[in-house]
Design a binder for this molecule. Sequence first.
Ligand code: AR6
Length: 336
Amino acid sequence: MPLQIVRDDITTMKVDAIVNAAKESLLGGGGVDGAIHTAAGPELLAECRTLGGCRTGEAKITQGYRLPCRYVIHTVGPVWRGGTHGERELLASAYRSSLELAQRYRLQTVAFPLISSGAYGYPKAQALKVAVDTIGEFLLHNDMMVYLVIFDRASFELGEKLFADISAYIDDRYVKAHGGSRIEQRRRALFAAGTACEQETENAAPCQAAPQARRDLEEALGKLDESFSQMLLRKIDQSGMTDAQCYKKANIDRKLFSKIRSDIHYKPSKPTAMAFAVALELSLAEARELLEKAGFAFSHASKFDIIVEYFIARGNYNIFEINEALFAFDQSLLGG
Ligand code: AR6
């Protein structure tokens, strides 16, 4: 999965580079900067002294010294001054400059903290959105594995309204699926089965199927043999996207996509299948059909399913926003 949101201490990340939320002097400070310098040892500060500082929105690179990563990319985010002083663009630029530097050094794995969201006062939910949007945009055109490291639970806040909306959506469905006693649930299930039987009996026609119905049946049977992989490739072709555009939009890496492409019987995990449904911007009915090919269903007994359904039903196919919400509700993320 090219972008993963994880809860961790960035100084422990075993990646090619971690990013430091530094100040313009690059001479150390508190927060994540302090933690990185402490873990790296005094050689880091010595190298930083040779760099001549770093302007807000730009990035510089050093060795990682005693850290488990090879490099530290130092970037400087903006100080929050109410949001009307170009903060968003400067913050996006801090992420972009760091990613471009990582690309120049041919790094494959990079971990970011939530830049500017501590001492520099950028509201956390907005800082997170800028991070996710900017990294997401970069990953549409570049291959890299990026971790967004959230240090404490409190750093992570979905917009209040979005959180409330999703909670209500889950409650409406999840509670229904789990509500009532076992007897009540059994009664409902029996009732549903009974109704279906009655309908079947009513509709049962002793005569031959009409020609149209037979054609529909033949078409359906013809589709029976289509595997997940085949349906996926067909839908990608129909969408006009290239394979790469589709798997990047699905937050899936190239290797996994090649496996799916070359093995028509490949059985993806549910988050992978869902990720493609989102990347292809399928309707709920189409998404169900694709999931079925992989042996899955949308279930109202699963918060994960309900959250993805919430976004699809609203036509919001931004996989990174969906992942933010899944992360907030402690669910697996979409992708490979
Ligand atoms: N791992 C991951 N994230 C962390 C860690 C950690 N070990 N420690 C803190 N965070 P901040 P800024 C999170 O203040 O707002 C320094 O003094 C923290 O929860 O470190 O960009 C510099 O020298 C927060 O969400 O950076 C500058 O003067 C995020 O990292 C100034 O602070 C960023 O908080 C930069 O301020």
